[in-house]
Design a binder for this molecule. Structure first.
Ligand SMILES: *Cc1c(COP(=O)(O)O)cnc(C)c1O
Length: 318
């Protein structure tokens, strides 16, 4: 079971000293060596619910390297539930790092083409799936539903007991984590979400929906820091990340927490962070994703060297 509360750690860095700002990192990557970070927080209440209503398993949706699918497979195995996933892409993906693990933990993988995958939120498609897979609790892509907000809110409860701070930054994919943080924070801090996908403006509506359209006036979704799109990053960004990982010994990965970090560094340099203020960066985990990036040769040797010793010692992929 995960170790909570996750540690809150100060980051020493010359740039932060120069601007006279305090920067802390909430290390949700450390809560568990396999299900690191927000995916466990989001799944917790969903798994409790599935068991409570007597479901035999949980079913969800994801891309071929999804942190959510990886976490779901493991969590279900631990809790004695079955798991199934609708995966966007060709069956050959079942040999990749992420899905090999998911299958190892007993998850059934169902591969669909892009057009089918696009229907993942349509109620008629969901009804069809419920009929084909009776006894399964269906969780949306990324695990972002109303139940997920409760578990994510625990991050804020922990933080309030750990430190006084002014602002918080976190990466945003489907928006569930940001919504959970906004709701639990209830307008006490400035919350900045960094969208990791291109053209993510639509997420504002999704986040508002998760919040039952209740207005909170202390948050912002920044959509200009996607760096070219989901899981895209250039050599310069990777070099900046490499240096930061090396200097701080914190494993920021390039898809989520690294993009948030690069956005934050940019905003520090632009003078947006007030001198004397304290900012919390949420490391949302997802370190299994590094396995997939390694497998696809997407990382530089320097980055691999920098991050390797800070990765959790997960067992070898079966
Ligand atoms: C899924 C994920 C996110 C994004 O969370 P959402 O709730 O989908 O916005 C951020 N960081 C990591 C590591 C993730 O796996």
């Amino acid at each position: 079971m995960p170790t909570i509360p996750s540690p809150l750690q100060e980051i020493e860095h010359p740039l932060f000293r120069k601007h006279n700002i305090n920067v802390l990192v909430k290390r949700d990557d450390l809560i568990h060596p396999i299900i690191s970070g927000n995916k466990w927080r989001k799944l917790k209440a969903n798994i409790i619910e599935a068991k409570k209503v007597g479901n035999k398993g949980v079913m969800s949706f994801g891309g071929a390297y999804s942190n959510h699918i990886h976490a779901l497979a493991y969590a279900c195995k631990q809790e004695g539930l079955s798991s199934k996933a609708i995966i966007r892409g060709e069956p050959h993906y079942q040999n990749n790092y992420t899905l090999r693990w998911a299958a190892h933990w007993g998850m059934e993988l169902i591969f669909v083409d892009r057009n089918t995958y696009r229907r993942r939120q349509d109620s008629d498609y969901i009804d069809e799936l419920l009929k084909q897979h009776p006894g399964y609790h269906i969780v949306p892509e990324g695990g972002s539903n109303t139940l997920a907000l409760v578990g994510v809110g625990d991050v804020m409860t922990e933080l309030n007991a750990q430190a006084d701070f002014d602002a918080m930054y976190l990466p945003v994919g489907s928006g569930g984590t940001l919504a959970g943080i906004i709701k639990a924070d209830n307008e006490h801090h400035h919350i900045h979400g960094i969208a990791v996908l291109k053209q993510a403006e639509y997420l504002t509506t999704e986040i508002m929906n998760l919040l039952d359209n209740k207005l909170f006036n202390n948050w912002q979704l920044h959509t200009q820091y996607h760096g070219g799109g989901y899981a895209k990053f250039d050599q310069l960004s990777l070099q900046t990340l490499t240096e930061f990982v090396r200097d701080t010994r914190i494993p920021f990965e390039p898809v989520y927490s690294g993009k948030m970090l690069l956005a934050f560094l940019d905003r520090v340099k632009q003078g947006f962070i007030e001198a004397g203020s304290t900012t919390v960066l949420l490391h949302t985990g997802g370190l299994q994703g590094v396995g997939g990036l390694l497998e696809r040769n997407r990382l530089s040797d320097a980055y691999i060297t920098a991050i390797q010793s800070h990765l959790p010692s997960a067992p070898q992929v079966p």
